[in-house]
Design a binder for this molecule. Structure first.
Ligand code: C2E
Ligand code: MG
Ligand code: MG
Ligand code: MG
Length: 285
């Protein structure tokens, strides 16, 4: 995180982790403190319908408002949280807060998104009471299970084995399971075969390779259709990518072309007014 802060000062936004990175000893306790004192918060990125540009869903994305370094993106602290087990309380904060906010939207806005997507780490799924926790949070906030999609990042899912039973329980509750960054894992098809899955999110490296024939994007939508899965394209940055994905058969997509992750209040404004497609998406960083 110290290295991230240095790069941020130097003008580079994202930290690339490498095994040589040294961890300042107090990052762990600072993160623990941040979770306890609610210095972690959520941004929401729209998932839009490619047919009419309407808001189809939202993905909750966590941030850490660090006392010295400012707002940190998840790639800078999720790996630390996973190694230390802090991902368990962090993930529960995220799920609870996202459900609370989603329930407010559903109650007050006709144009509320149909679904809420939340990212979950394999480590969380290995907790024996995870499905009980989820059921409790849904009841507390009055959210229908069928409107919640749990996203599992494929590249982190190597050791998903022990978590598969939890996935079955979550699905029995009515939640849906999505494979995030689809196509980047080392055993993509194995995972698709072994896990109960409802959705795949085409990784942005394939979304963005849509000039010309886009063979991977095309193959993934065919695979999804053959298996009866929903497919979402991530990381759409240009109108050409959106159009090509739509013509390939993708019904929903996400990316800076439509909207960046925004605070809940901004999404609330969009639900009361202008269609999302007229929002300026700003320069791609
Ligand atoms: P993800 O779940 O694949 O989320 C998409 C990431 O891509 C987000 O980064 C989003 O801001 C970014 N993105 C969206 N559209 C575009 C685009 O058009 N172009 C580009 N270049 N990027 C785009 P973010 O918010 O920094 O999150 C990074 C990753 O951190 C997430 O990837 C997810 O794997 C993880 N993450 C975020 N929140 C949580 C959480 O609450 N729990 C867990 N376990 N992981 C989380
Ligand atoms: Mg995700
Ligand atoms: Mg990811
Ligand atoms: Mg992704």
């Amino acid at each position: 995180i110290a290295m991230y802060a240095a790069k941020k000062r130097a003008g580079t936004t994202y930290l690339h982790h490498d095994s040589a990175m040294t961890e300042p000893g107090d990052d762990h306790s600072q993160l623990r403190e941040a979770i306890a004192t609610k210095r972690c918060f959520l941004m929401y990125q729209p998932i839009v319908s490619l047919d009419d540009g309407r808001l189809a869903g939202v993905e909750a994305l966590v941030r850490w408002d660090h006392p010295e370094h400012g707002v940190l993106p998840p790639d800078t602290f999720i790996p630390l949280a996973e190694r230390t087990g802090l991902i368990v309380p962090l993930g529960r904060f995220v799920f609870d807060e996202a459900c609370r906010q989603f329930a407010v939207w559903c109650e007050h806005y006709e144009d509320a998104p149909a679904v809420l997507n939340v990212n979950v780490s394999p480590r969380e799924l290995r907790e024996a009471d995870y499905a009980d926790f989820v059921a409790g949070a849904l009841t507390t906030h009055g959210v229908e299970a069928s409107r919640v999609v749990l996203e599992i990042t494929e590249s982190l899912a190597l050791d998903l084995g022990p978590a598969v039973a939890t996935l079955h329980r979550l699905r029995a509750l009515g939640l849906r399971i999505s494979l995030d960054d689809f196509g980047t894992g080392s055993s993509t098809l194995r995972l698709l075969h072994d896990c109960p899955v409802d959705e795949v999110k085409l990784d942005r490296s394939f979304t963005q390779a849509t000039h010309g024939r886009a063979p991977v994007a095309a193959a993934v939508i065919q695979l999804a259709q053959a298996l009866g899965l929903h497919a979402v394209a991530e990381g759409v940055e240009t109108p050409e990518q959106a159009e090509q994905l739509r013509s390939l058969g993708y019904s929903t997509a996400q990316g800076y072309h439509f909207a960046r992750p925004v605070p809940a209040a901004q999404l609330t404004e969009w639900m009361t007014g202008a269609p999302l497609t007229v929002q300026p998406s700003g320069p791609v960083r």
